[in-house]
Design a protein around this ligand. Structure first.
Ligand code: 6GP
Length: 827
């Protein structure tokens, strides 16, 4: 579990001092931005600071690329439809060890670095966990000096901006690039072309060989934008390459001969639409033609880019391809890369099928991020045939050969064949991308121990039997550079003083804090930092929402996408119950609590939006009711995003991780919050289980049903009405939702939540876990009142998070799957 990174340069060897940095900022203010010190606003200072930083970054990038080229390194290619990067300036300054230098330089210019940092729009090219994980992973890859490249989509609009009007979520477009992105570099010299639509012609060669030729109906251009990814220590600077679609002007008149001029213009629009917008659905498959086109677009561009680079070193000799290239598929979104590589190898390079398949199945590896059925991608074969006719043929051929293998293992078992087939038969024939990914990869991993076990037992049990060892686990992690060092500078300084400053690269070092957990002075220092962070968040809440919160209250935080399985409504029901207890008994004994939420709902997810509305309506009522005597506050912070998380996480006392057991694959927010000294209230789900193992039972509050209990209750016929009629508090709270108490003049405005929990059958068993949750909160309340006990718990949480650095995750990938070697870049 030792996640030590040894090769990065010491942070003290910075290449530029305050004076030089200041000069660089001024130079860019003058000659890049055409303004000067007197006229510049914070936005201009931000751009000039980025430009000054980018000089260092690009020098690192150039050296890294040269080193990797000269050493002809094996590299991992991380294909992901989402990279949720957040802001880059603070991170790049930190990773280069230039944060204080920049702070000092700007101060001399009369500018506060903290104000400048706030000017940067978040790069929100992702929805949630899967996209943020990709961002943490590329940080670790660069930090560990591993040759790696991230490939994704250069969305013009990232995840929507959330506004709250009258309590309801309104989606506004996110225009993160409107005023330019100082980090990205366009690389027109590496443009790729991608074909779509059309038909396949079968040709017979002299030698009897059948040759397939795809005559596309349209061709679009992929324009690469490179974002340098600075490793901690600044030695290795890798690249995130994002593809933007552009019209190529190519339109095949033979294919669309009836349409003429108007159709040709339509093709131009289509081309530019491909990378326009990120689908805002977290863990639901969109099923839309454009989405499949997006997936093929970036997968194909990326593969061709990988092949171009390989050929530069190895020409047409494919024998070493799988030695040099490993491609990690971040969920099934880029799974189309598998038949695309087959197409390139068989149709273009004219390799025989078996050799091509052998290359493929030694190149791809696949990560599964969810068991939710609605997230497992399936595409109608009909849609496939229209957009990618040749790929569908290839998928059929892959499947045909795979079915022969299944028949060998389970002779004459047609039910087994139907279960394992890439093609799902039924009213509408569907292509199962998960099956394609497992069959075409040499390794498949889940993202936490329990999740990987369920992937083997429930999702792909027969594949596990067929290929023992192929399915494995790599528990997720988070980068401690962003999620402690940069977002919580005061705690980082305190830790530095106590155990030295090398923990960001070797997070197990935090163990060293454990022996101080009972030290009163250290406890005070630790909690003083927490209190200051809470004050900063309270100020932010006051400023942005006009709500006063008491920093002596418990800050109880639930931040994640809004989804029924994550059960924000369980939290809400409990808040309503506390409110009710306070109204019934003004002396009800509870330590003051502030419940804080951050969550975006998919725009089409009605119940999720209803839950946001309900939280806001309950908040309105509770926050303005003098009878609760300030013991209870509810805050829904709009537009939850990476940069807001960076403010909320350091200020959190209690971390809500309350998904139905078996549903949250891992969670990564749970790790970030615990790392910053929050105590988890959570179910035995995802990585909560591993967090509990690390911190020990005394330092986490676990409640509710286990996976086995959830399954057993479901099997025995779960009836939510049993809980409704037998638990007076549950009944009162649910009935309350039906009145107009929280929505004056609008009775029934919140009733959909009650309905889903009763008539709807309560699919995520909220009511079944309610009592246990309510009791668990009493445990939290009691623990918090004992100041020393709480301080100890908080410290132990920080001390025991070593396992959850993304450096450890990446090390696991390297050892179990990628078989990569680090490559030192000489400075
Ligand atoms: C998420 C999982 O829900 C979360 O538990 C996990 O921590 C994260 O992936 C990273 O592994 N899944 C997604 O965001 C998703 O869209 C298709 O899955």
């Amino acid at each position: 579990m030792n996640a030590k990174v040894t090769s990065a340069k010491k942070l003290t060897e910075v290449s530029i001092d305050k004076k030089d940095f200041k000069q660089a900022v001024i130079r860019h203010l003058h000659s890049t931005l055409g303004t000067d010190e007197n006229k510049a606003n914070n936005h201009a200072w931000w751009k000039a600071t980025c430009a000054a930083m980018q000089e260092q970054v690009l020098e690192g990038l150039r050296k890294t690329q040269k080193t990797h080229y000269l050493n002809d390194t094996r590299a991992v290619h991380y294909l992901s439809a989402e990279f949720l990067m957040g802001r880059l300036l603070s991170n790049n300054l930190q990773n280069f060890g230039l944060f204080e230098v920049a702070q000092g330089a700007l101060k001399e210019l009369g500018v506060e670095l903290s104000d400048v940092l706030e000017e940067e729009p978040d790069m929100a090219l992702g929805n949630g966990g899967l996209g943020r994980l990709a961002a943490c992973f590329i940080d670790s890859l660069a930090t560990m000096e591993l040759p790696a490249i991230g490939y994704g989509i250069h969305y013009e609009h990232g995840l929507f901006r959330q506004e709250i009007h009258g309590g309801a979520q309104i989606e506004r477009p996110d225009s993160w690039r409107d005023y330019g992105n100082p980090w990205e570099i366009c690389r027109p010299e590496s443009i790729q072309e991608v074909s779509l639509y059309g038909y396949v012609e079968t040709k017979y060669g002299d030698n009897g060989r059948i040759h397939k030729e795809w005559h596309p109906g349209a061709i679009v251009k992929g324009v690469p934008w490179d974002i340098p990814i600075v490793g901690y220590g600044g030695n290795t600077v890798n690249v995130l390459r994002l593809w933007q679609s552009q019209s190529s002007g190519y339109f095949n008149w033979d294919v669309f001969n009836a349409g003429g001029y108007v159709d040709a213009q339509r093709e131009n629009v289509l081309a530019e639409t491909i990378s326009k917008v990120l689908y805002p659905n977290d863990e639901t498959e969109a099923g839309k033609e454009l989405r499949l086109i997006q997936q093929y677009f970036f997968s194909s561009c990326s593969l061709k880019d990988i092949i171009r680079r390989y050929k530069r070193a190895h020409g047409d000799d494919w024998s070493r391809f799988a030695d040099q290239v490993v491609i990690q598929l971040n969920d099934t979104h880029p799974a189309i890369a598998i038949p695309e590589l087959m197409r390139i190898l068989v149709d273009r390079a004219e390799l025989d099928w078996d050799s091509a398949w052998n290359i493929c199945t030694n190149v791809f590896a696949y990560t599964n991020h969810t068991l939710l059925p609605e997230a497992l991608e399936k595409w109608p074969a009909r849609m496939f045939e229209k957009i990618l006719p040749r790929h569908l043929e290839i998928i059929y051929e892959i499947n045909h050969r795979f079915m022969a293998l299944v028949d060998k293992q389970w002779p004459n078992d047609n039910a087994m064949k139907a279960r394992l087939s890439i093609i799902e038969e039924g009213n509408e024939k569907m292509v199962r991308m998960g099956h394609l990914s497992v069959i075409g990869s040499f390794a498949v991993n889940g993202v936490a121990e329990i999740h990987s076990r369920l992937v083997k037992q429930n999702l792909f049990p027969e594949f596990d039997q067929l290929w023992p060892g192929k399915l494995t686990n790599v528990t997720n992690g988070i980068t401690p550079r962003r999620w402690l060092k940069a977002c919580n500078p005061e705690l980082s300084k305190l830790i530095d003083k106590k155990i030295g400053s090398d923990w960001p690269m070797d997070l197990d070092k935090l163990q060293g804090l454990a022996k101080h957990a009972d030290n009163k002075t250290f406890q005070k220092q630790f909690m003083k930092v927490k209190q200051a962070n809470k004050q900063a968040l309270a100020d932010e809440i006051k400023q942005s929402m006009g709500i006063d919160v008491d920093v002596n209250a418990i800050f109880d935080v639930q931040i994640k996408r809004l989804h029924e399985y994550k059960r924000q409504h369980l939290n809400l029901l409990h808040i309503m119950a506390l409110y009710r207890r306070l109204l019934e008994d003004p002396d009800y004994d509870m330590h003051p609590r502030v419940f804080i939420f951050g969550a975006k709902a998919a725009p089409g997810y009605k119940l999720a939006k209803d839950i946001i509305f309900a939280i806001n309506k309950v908040a309105d009522k509770v926050n303005n009711d003098p009878r609760v005597n300030n013991k209870l506050k509810v805050v829904f912070m709009p537009n939850y995003r990476v940069s807001l998380a960076e403010k909320m996480i350091p200020a959190t006392d209690v971390s809500e991780q309350i998904s139905t057991a078996g549903k949250e694959a891992s969670g990564t927010g749970n790790m970030k919050l615990a790392l910053n000294g929050a105590v988890t209230i959570g179910t035995l789900d995802g990585a909560n289980i591993e967090i509990a193992e690390e911190v020990g039972d005394d330092n986490i509050v676990i409640f509710g049903m286990t996976v086995e209990e959830v399954e057993a209750l479901k099997a025995s016929g779960y009836n939510p009405y049993d809980y409704y009629y037998n638990d007076a508090e549950i009944k009162a709270v649910l009935d309350w939702l039906e009145t107009d108490y929280f929505t004056p003049g609008q009775p029934g405005a919140l009733v959909s939540i009650k309905q889903s929990l009763l008539e709807g059958g309560d699919p995520y068993m909220v009511l079944a876990d309610y009592q246990a949750y309510s009791e668990a909160h009493k445990v939290i309340d009691a623990a918090y009142r004992d100041k020393e006990r709480w301080a100890r718990m908080a410290i132990i949480n920080t001390a025991k998070m070593g396992k959850f650095t993304s450096d450890r995750s990446i090390r696991d990938y390297v050892e179990k799957i990628w078989k990569l070697e680090s490559c030192k870049v000489e400075s």
